[in-house]
Design a protein around this ligand. Structure first.
Ligand code: SPV
Ligand code: MG
Length: 312
C-alpha cells in the first residue's frame, strides 16, 4: 500500500537528510528497472498535493514556476527566484525533487553556482539543457539555438565536480526541438555521458512519440532515459515501458489544472457577483488546514506557548 501520510513540515517534522532524497531520486531514475513518474510542482501547495496523490518524486518545472510568478519561461525569473521556489517545494513534501535548471543560467560558472545553491536548498537533482542563455520554452517559436557541445559538456563537468553524487545530474538534449535530427541527438547523448551525466532527458515537441521511441531504440539505455510527454500525450504509457524508458515527467499539469480552475472560478464569481454557488466546486478550507498540519501547530502551542496559562 502506498504511503499517503501527511508531508508536513511544521517545526517538529522529521525531515530526511537531503542526501537521502538524492539517493532516492537516483534509485528511482537511474537504478530502478520499473518506469518512474515525476509530477510537476511549482510551489509548496502543488508539492504537498502531488505527494498525497501517491507520487514518489517531483519535477520543479521552470515553465510552471515562471507561470506562477507571472514571468515568461525565457529566463525572466532569476536563478535566485528558482532556488527560493525550490525551497518551498522541498519543504512541503518528503519527496525527492528534480529541478529544471534550464541551461544553468549562463556558462559553467553560473551552472555550478546554481547546482550548489540547489543542493543547499535540499534538491535531489538538477536537469541542465543544452540551450543558450536566455532560453525560450521548447514549445514556443522556432528559435532554439543549441549550445556548442564542448561548452555544454563543460557546464556538466563543472556541476559534477561541484556537487558530485549529492545531486542527480540529468543532461537534457534539445537537438530534436531545434530540428537537428536523431544523429545529432545521439552524438550529444554520448558526449554528455562522457561528461558525467547520470541520465539523459530527450525532449520532443512532436505530437507523436515516434522520435523519442527511435531515440530509445538507438541509445540502448547506455544511460537511463527521461522523457516529457507534454505534446505526445496520447501515447499509451505501456509504450514507454516497452522501450525501457526510465522516467516520465508530467511536466506542467498541476499548474495548468490550477490555471483552468482559477479561470473558471473567477469568471463565475465575476458574473454571479456571489460565491454561494461556487462553494461545492472549490476545496474546503478544512482540507487545506489538514494538508498543512494545523493540528500540529495547536499541539505545539499547548506545549510551548505559556502552557501553564493555557491550561487554565
Ligand atoms: C518545464 O517544465 O519547464 C520544462 C518542460 O522544461 S517543457 O516546458 O516541456 O520544456
Ligand atoms: Mg523548463
Amino acid at each position: 500500500m502506498q504511503d499517503h501520510s501527511p508531508s508536513l513540515l511544521a517545526d517538529g517534522y522529521e525531515q530526511p537528510l537531503d542526501l537521502t532524497r538524492a539517493d532516492t531520486l537516483r534509485a528511482e531514475v537511474c537504478c530502478s528497472s520499473a518506469l518512474s513518474f515525476l509530477m510537476e510542482a511549482h510551489d509548496g501547495l502543488s508539492a504537498a498535493i502531488a505527494e498525497r496523490a501517491g507520487f514518489k518524486g517531483l519535477w520543479a518545472s521552470g515553465l510552471s514556476i515562471a507561470c506562477s510568478l507571472g514571468y515568461r519561461d525565457a529566463n525572466e525569473a532569476s536563478w535566485s527566484h528558482l532556488v527560493d521556489a525550490v525551497e518551498r517545494i522541498v519543504d512541503s513534501s518528503r519527496l525527492p525533487v528534480l529541478v529544471d535548471g534550464d541551461g544553468g543560467f549562463g556558462n559553467f560558472n553560473n551552472a555550478r553556482l546554481l547546482a550548489r545553491k540547489l543542493r543547499e536548498r535540499g534538491a535531489a537533482g538538477v536537469a541542465l539543457e543544452d540551450s543558450c542563455f536566455p532560453k525560450l520554452n521548447s514549445f514556443v517559436g522556432d528559435r532554439h539555438p543549441l549550445a556548442d557541445v564542448d561548452e555544454f559538456c563543460g557546464r556538466l563537468r563543472a556541476v559534477k565536480d561541484t556537487v558530485a553524487n549529492e545531486l542527480v545530474l540529468v543532461a537534457r538534449i534539445e537537438a530534436l526541438i531545434a530540428g537537428h535530427g536523431m544523429h545529432e541527438a545521439i552524438a550529444r547523448a554520448h558526449a554528455y555521458q562522457e561528461a558525467g551525466a547520470d541520465a539523459i532527458l530527450i525532449h520532443s515537441r512532436s505530437s507523436s512519440a515516434d522520435e523519442i521511441l527511435s531515440f530509445a531504440d538507438a541509445w540502448q539505455n547506455r544511460l537511463p532515459v527521461v522523457i516529457v510527454p507534454t505534446k505526445y500525450y496520447r501515447t499509451p504509457t505501456c509504450e514507454y515501458r516497452r522501450v525501457d524508458i526510465s522516467t516520465v515527467i508530467w511536466a506542467n499539469h498541476s499548474m495548468r489544472a490550477a490555471a483552468a480552475a482559477m479561470r473558471r472560478v473567477c469568471g463565475r464569481i465575476f458574473a454571479e457577483e456571489n460565491v454561494a454557488a461556487i462553494e461545492p466546486d472549490i476545496i474546503p478550507l478544512e482540507d487545506l488546514f489538514e494538508l498543512f498540519s494545523y493540528d500540529e501547530l495547536a499541539e505545539a502551542e499547548a506545549r510551548y506557548l505559556q502552557p501553564n496559562k493555557l491550561q487554565h
